[in-house]
Design a protein around this ligand. Structure first.
Ligand code: PA5
Length: 433
């Protein structure tokens, strides 16, 4: 079981009978996801069967495009925002490192742009690209989002100035929907190689579509192993009984805690390479669940770093939150703490212990302290940093998120609230109607 749920620190917050009481609500949510939404075109549940339902031809196309980019480019620029970049970045950093670009490797550097409107951020990346061979993967399901559209203009101009329009064309890959939007038009008009995000999968559930898979494959990740993990999750997380399905039990616990006034969920990790995974998690739950004045506020902390900035607030602040601690049993690449005869820093008691052991004790100490401080702690554990593990984990959270939303009575797959800032911004910029 690649994701292990440990509820032993929840005993003082949730009583056994509460799990049985919430089971009918979980079953109702399960039935909506598995059966009712199948015939509902607005349901966007294509991701549920996606691991087993991959388009084989599209997968082969992704692999050969990735190989071509690896052969002819030192840099891949991935342009996209929200669900059109977070899954790819989370998986690449989880498997390769948050220092992926700095480490020696035989795959291209990957820079993510179009996820902000900062000129200096774009300038820096243009500068990095100056004497390098570059390809672009622009990702936008709607093909109309302002941030990636602005970045694409700027980086397309850079590429066309560098290689000429015709040669630049061979270095531009578009990932969008099958039928409409400015990006689709641009791709068709200029003959860019195009990958399709299926209509029935919304952005934040699209990590296993070409939106995630192409950049991930360019980074040298074995996407078959990634999808194998997702397939295992699809098979394993079907049972409607929370005692036989940890994904549903996690969703049930979130709901029980929410009912007790715990309105903030903090995802906590102890490895810097998981930082972007937490960003992906926040978008998944934030955009899916927070609607109609309801929903848990998802946030994240990177430990032990943030224990030295937010530890006080957690231990002694308002008790309106709970923690979901995502641990990795064997993080690999361990380092032993050396012995110094003089022991001036008084650390010889740790001599020969590993850094990961110290990290694991910091995690346990924190879980115990916060549980004593009346913060419910949900523990999730995976075994190591492998493609199968992250494939499973992504699917686990996607399904837990959908179930949480249906239990709350909100549609997991729309994001009407996001439109308000966009409308104001485009009006202020004078976009023609
Ligand atoms: O989850 C979502 O649907 C959104 O976060 C989108 O991914 C994001 O707004 C980007 O949209 P698009 O891919 O259409 O540019």
């Amino acid at each position: 079981m690649p994701v292990k749920l440990d509820t032993s620190y929840l005993n003082k917050f949730i009583k056994q009978h509460e799990y049985s009481q919430i089971q009918p609500l979980v079953k109702m949510a399960h039935d909506i996801l598995q059966y009712k939404s199948e015939n509902d075109r607005t349901a966007f549940t294509g991701w549920v069967d996606l691991p087993h339902n991959q388009d084989k031809k599209e997968l082969e196309k992704i692999k050969s495009a990735a190989q071509k980019i690896q052969e002819n480019s030192q840099v891949l620029i991935v342009i996209g925002i929200g669900g059109s970049y977070l899954g790819a970045r989370a998986i690449i950093e989880f498997l390769k490192s948050n220092n992926y670009n700095l480490l020696p490797k035989d795959t291209p550097d990957i820079f993510f742009v179009g996820n902000n409107l900062s000129a200096s951020y774009m300038q820096e990346i243009l500068k990095i690209c100056e004497n390098k061979n570059v390809s672009i993967n622009v990702i936008s399901k709607s093909g109309t989002t302002a941030e990636p559209a602005v970045a694409f203009r700027i980086f397309r101009e850079f590429l066309e100035n560098k290689y000429g329009k015709a040669n630049a064309r061979d270095r531009i890959y578009c990932t969008t929907n099958i039928r409409s939007g400015e990006l689709k038009e641009l791709a068709d008009k200029n003959g860019y190689e195009t990958f399709i995000i299926p209509d029935n999968i919304s952005g934040r559930f699209s990590a296993f579509t070409p939106a995630g898979l192409l950049p991930i494959a360019v980074a040298g990740v074995d996407i078959d192993r990634l999808l194998y993990g997702a397939k295992s999750a699809q098979d394993a997380l079907m049972h409607e009984d929370i005692n036989k399905n940890d994904c549903y039990k996690y969703a049930a616990i979130r709901r029980l805690l929410y009912n007790k006034g715990k309105e903030i969920e903090i995802l906590e990790t102890y490895e810097p390479r998981m930082h972007m995974f937490s960003e992906w998690f926040k978008q998944l739950f934030g955009e899916s669940e927070a609607k109609d004045g309801k929903g848990i506020f998802p946030t994240s902390l990177d430990f032990t770093t943030d224990l030295h900035s937010m530890g006080q607030l957690l231990q002694s602040g308002k008790k309106n939150l709970f923690e979901t601690v995502l641990l990795v049993k064997d993080p690999g690449n361990d380092i032993r703490i050396p012995y110094f005869p003089e022991d001036t820093d008084k650390l010889n008691y740790l001599h020969d212990k590993t850094v990961s052991f110290v990290n694991s004790q910091a995690a346990l100490g924190t879980i115990l302290a916060h549980t004593d401080g009346d913060i419910p702690n949900i523990i999730l554990e995976i075994s190591h940093f492998a493609a199968e593990e992250i494939g499973y984990l992504i699917y686990f959270f996607e399904k837990a998120c959908a179930i949480s939303c249906y239990m709350l009575g909100v549609n997991p797959f729309d994001q009407p609230g996001v439109e308000f800032y966009k409308k104001n911004m485009l009006n202020l910029l004078g976009k023609p109607k």
